[in-house]
Write a protein that binds this ligand. Structure first.
Ligand code: TXA
Ligand code: MG
Length: 351
């Protein structure tokens, strides 16, 4: 299959209404279109059609028990898709939608089991990216959309990342430039007045607690082990992994940089191609090695935005080993470290 690639302006998507209509037609025919959101690129299909949704699992190589997020363009669209919207969910929708918050609730019968990965709940999000909103409106139905990467690979934050993974496997990619946040949404489950964070993201526990009282974090996220059983099925699988072996180095930043410099020297001596993912504050230490700078430790939003692209660059550079400096697990740092630990398959070296 030839994959169509079309550029659309994320500030003025209707300037290219032809591309939006083309994408909507593909989706109406139960085929797949990748599109940008403010978090990462999504691989969209009609969420209400099993035949369409099944193609997502095939294109990504995704296990069928890993449910998809359903994207809507209007808050009121949630009422068709879920059994009931508790007051707590309503408060969070009012304060965080459109945006990077995904809410898991009991599903209504209209959602096929293929979309919900066999569960009786469904994850819903209203994105803020204007292309995503325009596309959903043009379709007239909600779009199921996981991150548009091959399963196990880092999530795509540029159209070129989607192209590298899915060219020839999907009908169309809308290129809307880089994703503003670069980190997938916070996934929460809401049961009555209780909120459980199943996947951390840029909307943190502290931010949710400004509006609702009872917020907890899924215990599996607090265990530094790969076998902890997560409530979000997607969190249990290998994820965000480049081809090279990833090591996350944790500790006092001076110890971290000296450990990595030693490791890079050893690797060079042994003819192993290695790369370090570093920060503004540490990059000068690695002047004679391959290093990717993902931003300042004082601005973790930027680190989050650049992280997946850096992991993908390691693949382009054919790195055998990748060393990553760890970050403080505070605020969005908790989500950054969640992704990096998974990228490293929990190979964390404490120094
Ligand atoms: O920012 C995002 O959330 C992006 C953009 C495209 O919206 N999407 C995304 O989807 O990251 P995906 O499929 O890569 O990750 C969805 C996560 C998985 O960990 C999945 O297991 C979890 O949400 N999830 C989906 N439905 C669920 C449900 N009913 N119960 C528990 N977890 C669920
Ligand atoms: Mg994903």
């Amino acid at each position: 299959m030839d994959t169509i690639l079309e550029k659309v302006d994320k500030l003025n998507p209707y300037l290219n209404i032809v591309a939006l209509k083309k994408a909507a037609n593909i989706l109406k025919n139960n085929n797949l279109v990748a599109f940008p959101t403010e978090t990462v690129y999504g691989l969209g299909a009609n969420a209400l059609e099993e035949d369409a949704v099944r193609k997502i699992y095939i294109a990504k190589g995704r296990p069928s028990d890993n449910p998809l997020i359903v994207h809507i363009a209007d808050k009121n669209d949630i009422y068709n898709l879920v059994d009931d919207v508790p007051e707590t969910a309503l408060i969070l929708m009012e304060n965080f939608w459109p945006g990077a918050l995904t809410i898991v609730l009991k599903k209504s019968p209209i959602i096929p089991k293929t979309t919900s990965g066999g569960l009786d709940t469904v994850a819903i999000r209203m994105p803020s990216n204007k292309i995503a909103l325009a596309l959903i409106k043009e379709c007239g139905f909600p779009l199921a959309a996981p991150s548009a990467n091959t399963s196990t690979k880092p999530s795509p934050t540029l159209a070129s990342h989607v192209y590298n993974d899915l060219n020839g496997k999907i009908d169309m990619i809308i290129d809307g430039g880089s994703c503003d946040l670069g980190l997938e949404s916070t996934v929460i489950q809401v049961v009555n007045d209780k909120v459980i964070i199943l996947r951390p993201g840029s909307i943190t526990k502290e931010m949710l607690e400004k509006f609702v009282k009872n917020v907890s974090i899924d215990k599996a996220l607090l265990d530094n082990k790969s076998d902890a059983v997560a409530k979000a099925p997607g969190m249990k699988y290998k994820h965000y992994a480049p081809a090279g072996e990833v090591f996350l180095i944790d500790g006092n930043i001076n110890n971290v940089t000296s450990y990595i410099i030693d490791a890079l020297r050893d690797d060079r001596f042994n003819n192993i191609k290695s790369i370090v993912i570093a920060s503004d504050e540490t990059i000068k230490n690695y002047a004679s090695f391959d290093a990717i700078n993902i931003g300042s430790r004082n601005n973790l939003d930027v680190i989050a935005k650049n992280m997946f692209n850096a992991l993908r660059q390691c693949d382009s550079l054919n790195a055998d080993k990748i060393y990553i400096e760890s970050f403080l697990e505070e605020g969005i740092g908790f989500a950054i470290m969640n992704r990096l630990k998974k990228a490293a398959s929990y190979k964390i070296i404490r120094v």
